[in-house]
Every structure is written in C-alpha cells, then in structure tokens.
Design a protein around this ligand. Structure first.
Ligand code: HDD
Length: 698
C-alpha cells in the first residue's frame, strides 16, 4: 500500500487489519447481535421500571463506565502522527542497527509530542518542556527514541524523578496551578537542587513556547551507545532538527491562545498533515569515540550537559516526514506505549543514572496505564518484526499460541522459538567494577557553566525573554526566601541575569558575581540563528469589510498560498462581503470566532469603504495592534495603511521609499514595488522580536 510521501508501509498494512469503519453496517451489541432500539430502555410498561433483561442497556452503560484509563503521570497531554524515516547516510561503521545502515530502507514511525506537567485536557501553549517520542517500527523490532525538545534534564539521577514531578505538578492541597511551573513547590525544589539550573534556563527561554511541533527540535538527551559488528562502542547523542527552523510564540500570546484555542499545537499538527504540508525533521548524530569519553570538561553520562555542536558537529544522516494522522485518538495516540529500553541490535545504553532509572519506569507505568502485560499487542504498539516467545496469558491476550511447549528449552515444539537467531540482541560488553555506594560522581558536580553557556549564547531579545520569564514565574512564588535562593543560584550563572531577575521579583540584587562569566558561547543554541526561508504552513489573516479591493485580496492570497501559507479572509460576519467593484469576496471566518494570536501575520488590503468600516470595528483595530505587539509581519495596501495608523502603528520608520519597514511592517501602493515578495520575507522571518512596540496598547 502506498503512503502519501512514498515508501515502506508495513505498519499501515498491519494496522489495516484492526481498523473498523461505520459504513453500511447495522448496530450490534459487542456479541454481534443486531440492536432494534438504542434510545429507549426495556421497561415494564411505559412508565414502569427498567428490566434486567435489557442486555443492550447493561452492556452499553457498563462499557461507558469503563471508558477511562489513567492518564500518563507525566506527558499526559499529547498529539501523535505516523510517518516515515529515511536514511541518507549509512552508519554501518558504528552500528549494526539495520535502519541506520541500509540507505535503501524506509522505516515507518509513530511520533507523539506532548507537554509534561499538565493534565490530559490542559492547554497546549503553556510554558513547559515538550516531549518528542518516536517509535521506529524497524525490521529488527521497535526502537523508541523517547526525547524532549530540550537537550538536557532537570535532574541527574532518576531516583529524584518522583520528587521533581511532585514539585512541578499542581500543589497537593488544591491542585493549583494547572500545567504551570509558576508556583512555590517547583521553585523550592530548584533552589535546593542546583543541578536544575541549566534546564531552568531552557525552560525560561522561548524553547518552552513552540510555535508548532513542526518547528521544534528534538533531543534524545542521554548519551547512548552505538555498537558495530566488531562489538566496538561509540557514544552518540541523537538530534531532530525541523526543516522549518525552531520558532516560538510570544509569552503573552501563549497565554491568550490557551483560552482562544487550547488545542493550538495539536490542531496545527493535524491541519498540516491533513493539508499535505508534512512536518519534516532531519535526524542527526553526534558521535564520540569511546577513547574520547573523558576529553570533555563534563561527564558524558550527566544528562544536565550538552555536547556543544561547535565541539562535536551534528552529522545529518536521515529525514523523518510525518504524513498520516491517526484514525482514532484513544486507540493510537493515547494507547501508544513508549519505552526507552526498546532498542534494536546496534544501539545500547550507557550508565547515565537518569537513563538507568528510565529503563525501569516506562514498562512499569504501562502496566497500570494499559492494564496488564499484553499492551505490546495493541495495534499501535505492535512491531512489524515477528514476535515469538514463551510469554503467555495475562489480561487481554490477543495471540492464540499454538503448540504444547511454552518453555525453553523444549523438544515438543522442535526447540522453537530458538534463541540466538541471526540478528539477535547482544548487550555491549562493558567492564564495570565498584563498591555498592549511594554517591553522585564528582564529575557531575558543575551545575552552572553550561547554564552560563546557554545564557551567553542568547541574542539580546532572547535574553530579554528569559529575564521576563524568570520575573513572571518566580514572581508567582509566594515565599520570598525561595525567590532569594533562586537568585543566589542565578548569580552563579551570570551576575547581570541575577540582578535583572532580582529587581523584578522584589529581592535584593546580589552585589557581586560569585565567579567570573567564562564568556564561552555556542551559536547553535540561539533561535536567532534558526532558518527563516519558508512560509510553509504559516497562517495569514486578511481583514476585509464591504468595499474591499477584491483584486488585491485575490492577488495577495494567491501569492501567499503559492508560497505555502494558509490564507484566511476575516470579516465581522461569516458569509460574503461586497467588494469595491461589486464582486463577492468569500469570508473564511468571522473575526469574533478567531483572534490575531491564532495567525502568524495579518494583511489589510485597500478599499476606502472597507478600511473605514474596519477602523470603526474594535475587533479589527485590536487584531492589527495585537499582531504588531506580538512582533508579527503586517502588510497593508493603499487605504489599508489607514488601519495601521488607527491601531497606533505610526512610529514605524519606513525604508526604501516608504514601502517596507525593517520591523516587518510592509506597506505598498497598487501592489507594485515587490509588496508580496517583501511580505513573504517578513512572514518567513517568523517574528520581528526587536520591533519597538511599547507605544501600542494591546
Ligand atoms: Fe519520561 C513519559 C521523555 C525522564 C518516567 N517521558 C515520557 C514521555 C516523554 C518522556 C517524551 C511521553 C511518552 C509518550 O508520549 O507516551 N522522560 C523523557 C525524557 C527524560 C525523561 C527526555 C529525560 C532525559 N521519565 C524520565 C525519568 C523517569 C521518567 C527520569 C522516571 C524515572 N516518563 C516516565 C514515565 C512516563 C514518561 C512515568 C509517563 C508515561 C509513560 O512513561 O509512558 O514512565
């Protein structure tokens, strides 16, 4: 069976067996018995009691009563999609994992993106880490890369995970706040556990507010190990880089979206795939030869550290395209079960103590969440590789195992299934020697220098956003001594940062730096360096009223759509507006049902009457002003420029004959002078973060 992006479809063929459509079918009970009435219970007389005989009623209600399963203890809120992974460059020198060696192979995948702290029904756009979990259905079995959109973690040892999660989740007395790190228990944990500092820098950065799952990096976080045919190990870190670049929302915007469209990221993923605008990611590896294990100034086993890309470049070796939405959220996205221990021959673990605890946790959690040991048989979890073993029975067993012997060794089933077949997994042989101790390695002791590296690598606008985030989040912390404790740690990261945060949260700024800032930078960490060459999937609002210039609406819409954007025409009401020339312009959405925060850019075409009406409409004026404040590209043609003036966007300095402003506001007359080219460039820039905007109220 072909898939939209071409290539291997073993997984979809397998799933086809389990898909159940409603078409042309009569309603039955779970026993396949036809149902004559599902609206009225069987009762003794019209006003009489319901009868036990009504097996359909009992079955219907019972099934409903049992519909819910426990949500994930973390990463409860998520969205998933199927896709394909293609290898471009063989890693056969380093690993025996076939899907990383054979460039002719296409590997089906399922990816689930998630937030961490919020409940299943929480908003998408909260400040949080995003999960980026990928299940590769390889011919050698499932490989799960269960990563995040940040390359480090809050803690170094998995034994602290329950403590950390308890601290970040809503507080026990009242379950407040939902999906937010802006509360006392989280900051209390942070101030007492300085290993969190590097990750807190990422969490307070714009990385925690992704514009789209298609514009988000992914990281395996831990150092893993590739193992080649000779048994030689090479340390590896896994990376996903989005083709569209890594881009984020504005903080104020995320909070408004959480109300206007809590499903913002989930919807965006769904719509992109539905529209054939498939999210694409480059798969890369950082490889470190075993003999170089100790050449870094940090421990490769410490998950609070990155290997800077400038030190070990990320080698791009493959591409993943997400090209199919699930059919059923519960069956697929909710029931998918990732497990970091799902590795294939040629990929192995290291002694990272966070990774080691995860090896236990993921299988364990699925047992309670999915109700027993047979969850790998749930369609989305099934490998495309053959499964043969002596595991038997248990809740929801789907396989009908034949034969007398369910043990190894046996003669009765001809010794089958046999161990040690071709391509079976052999653990990497690593010599270990030590006393049983509870002690963190000294090599894990530096908690600040990479937090400083992150801070140093930020552009000025990114630094501004980080300071703003600390002020907001820490400012919500009621206990002053906790705020002071956090500021003390920030002073180890960077003195300026600590002073700026202290001033915002009402604690005495530290007088002097604890240590001098080392001054090192890693440009790859800054989103200011993300690619900005595409408007693929960008959402653009075109504001109109009666009297709009229909040819301008059509021309702008055509040009933007051609370049890959999604254009929506907004007016006060749904339906049509009457254009200047008497033609009808179809309205995509009524303005009151949307908001500027749901778009990447806004365009105001000309037409005197249209702009006069829009200028009297508070929704329209606010729309433009808010888009301006959120640093979005704004285009206005002819009379449309008047709406910008009405919104207070008057202090923009226009360059080049008054057509283009360097702050992403593009104006033009008669659509000439490269208006659409400039507009496309302004939208591709994502946001104009350095725009002067404080004079505009929104
Ligand atoms: Fe975890 C889910 C990522 C540390 C225990 N984790 C979960 C998911 C992602 C991550 C993306 C959601 C998977 C899905 O969509 O179903 N977790 C990470 C990363 C970590 C990390 C990148 C650090 C590098 N996790 C971590 C630790 C532990 C766990 C240290 C426990 C010791 N994580 C879990 C879990 C979850 C989970 C409780 C909840 C639901 C699930 O597993 O299936 O087992």
């Amino acid at each position: 069976m072909a898939n939209p992006a071409g290539g291997d479809d073993r997984k979809q063929e397998q799933l086809e067996r389990w898909r159940v459509g409603p078409e042309g079918a009569a309603l039955t009970t779970d026993q396949g018995i036809g149902v004559d009435d599902t609206d009225n219970s069987l009762a003794a007389g019209e006003r009489g009691p319901t009868l036990m005989d009504d097996f359909h009623l009992r079955e219907k209600i019972t099934h409903f009563d049992h519909e819910r399963i426990p949500e994930r203890v973390v990463h409860a809120r998520g969205a998933g999609a199927y896709g394909h992974f293609r290898l471009h460059e063989s890693l056969a020198e380093y690993t025996t994992a076939e899907f990383l060696c054979d460039t002719s192979l296409t590997t089906p995948v399922f990816v689930r993106f998630s937030t961490v702290a919020g409940s299943r029904g929480s908003a998408d756009t909260v400040r949080d880490v995003r999960g980026f979990a990928t299940k590769f259905y390889t011919g050698q079995g499932n490989f799960d890369l269960v990563g995040n959109n940040m390359p480090v973690f809050f803690i170094q040892d998995g034994i602290k995970f329950p403590d950390f999660v308890h601290a970040v989740k809503p507080e026990p007395p009242n379950e407040i706040p939902q999906a937010s790190s802006a509360h006392d228990t989280l900051w209390d944990f942070v101030q007492l556990q300085p290993e969190t500092m590097h990750m807190m820098m990422w969490l307070m950065s714009d990385r925690a507010l992704p514009r789209s799952y298609a514009m988000m990096q992914g990281f395996g976080v831990h150092t893993f190990r590739l193992v080649n045919a000779e048994g030689r190990g090479t340390f590896v870190k896994f990376h996903w880089k989005p083709k569209l670049g890594t881009h984020s929302l504005a903080w104020d915007e995320t909070q408004k979206i959480a109300g206007k469209d809590p499903d913002f990221n989930r919807r965006d993923l769904w719509d992109r795939i539905d529209d054939g605008d498939f999210p694409e990611y480059e798969f890369g590896v950082q490889l470190v030869p075993a003999e170089d294990e100790h050449r870094f100034g940090f421990d490769l086993l410490d998950p609070t550290k990155i290997i800077p890309e400038e030190e070990v470049p990320v080698r791009p070796v493959g591409t993943m395209v997400l090209d199919r939405n699930p059919d059923n959220f519960f069956a697929e996205t909710e029931q998918v079960a990732f497990h970091i221990a799902n590795v294939v021959p040629g990929i192995d673990f290291t002694n990272d103590p966070l990774l080691q605890a995860r090896l236990f946790s993921y299988l364990d959690t699925q047992l309670i969440r999915l109700g027993g040991p047979n969850f790998p048989q749930i369609p989305v979890n099934r490998p495309v590789a053959d499964v043969r073993n002596h595991h038997r029975d248990g809740y929801h067993q789907m396989a009908i195992h034949q034969g007398q012997a369910s043990y190894h060794k046996n003669t009765l089933s001809g010794g089958c299934p046999m161990v040690g077949g071709e391509g079976s997994f052999t653990h990497f042989q690593e010599r270990v020697d030590g006393n049983k101790i509870r002690k963190r390695s000294e090599s894990f002791a530096d908690h600040y220098s990479q937090a400083t590296l992150f801070w140093n690598s930020m552009s000025e606008w990114e630094k501004g956003h980080i300071v703003g985030a600390f002020r907001f989040e820490l400012g919500k912390c009621e206990h002053k001594e906790i705020r002071e404790g956090v500021v003390r740690h920030l002073n180890h990261v960077d003195h300026d940062l600590a002073v700026q945060v202290a001033e915002g949260v009402g604690v005495r700024p530290p007088e002097a730096p604890v240590t001098a800032n080392h001054g090192r930078v890693s440009p790859a960490l800054s989103q200011d360096n993300a690619p900005t060459d595409s408007i693929q999937g960008r959402k653009v609002a075109v504001l109109v009223a009666d009297g709009a210039d229909s040819s301008a609406v059509a021309a702008v819409g055509e040009a933007l759509t051609e370049a890959g954007a999604v254009c929506e025409v907004l007016a006060a009401q749904d339906g049509f507006v009457q254009a200047e020339n008497g033609a009808q312009i179809e309205v995509t959405r009524a303005m009151p049902t949307v908001a500027s925060v749901l778009y990447d850019a806004v365009v105001v075409p000309g037409g005197e009457a249209s702009v006069r009406t829009l200028a009297q409409d508070g929704d329209a004026v606010h729309f433009v002003a808010e888009a301006f404040v959120h640093c979005k590209a704004i285009g206005a043609l002819d009379a449309g420029i008047g709406l910008l003036e009405r919104a207070g966007i008057t202090e923009v300095e226009f360059a080049d004959g008054g057509t283009v402003a360097d702050s992403g506001v593009v104006t033009g007359e008669g659509r000439g002078g490269g208006f659409t080219t400039e507009l496309i460039r302004a939208i591709a820039a994502h946001r104009h973060w350095t725009r002067k905007k404080d004079h505009v109220p929104a």
